[in-house]
Design a protein around this ligand. Structure first.
Ligand code: SF4
Ligand code: SF4
Length: 86
């Protein structure tokens, strides 16, 4: 396996905060995330990310963040996930 690191990583996982619960992995609609051998989330398919922010919203440990996501400085609006309007 090669590293998923690259100039266009859409999602950042803070591994020291990630406890490997797998919530983000199971909730991601595009299967972008996978579990590393230690159970922590890794960005396996960055090209498939639609930046819906589900992973960031669902992570109980604030360990994952969508690059350029609109959650910064905005109160969490759970019923307002982008990408499904009309
Ligand atoms: S939801 Fe958060 S703590 Fe759980 S695996 Fe994903 S990044 Fe790690
Ligand atoms: S932003 Fe959405 S598509 Fe991208 S990794 Fe998170 S849950 Fe998956």
């Amino acid at each position: 396996m090669t590293s998923a690191a690259g100039p266009e990583v859409p999602v950042l996982v803070r591994h020291e905060w990630c406890k490997g619960c797998g919530i983000c992995i199971s909730m991601c609609p595009k299967k972008v995330l996978e579990a590393a051998p230690d159970g922590k989330a890794i960005v396996a398919r960055p090209e498939d990310c639609i930046k819906c922010e589900t992973c960031e919203i669902m992570c109980p440990d604030f360990a994952i963040r969508v690059v350029g996501g609109r959650s910064r400085g905005v109160a969490q609006g759970k019923g307002d996930v982008a990408g499904a309007r009309g």
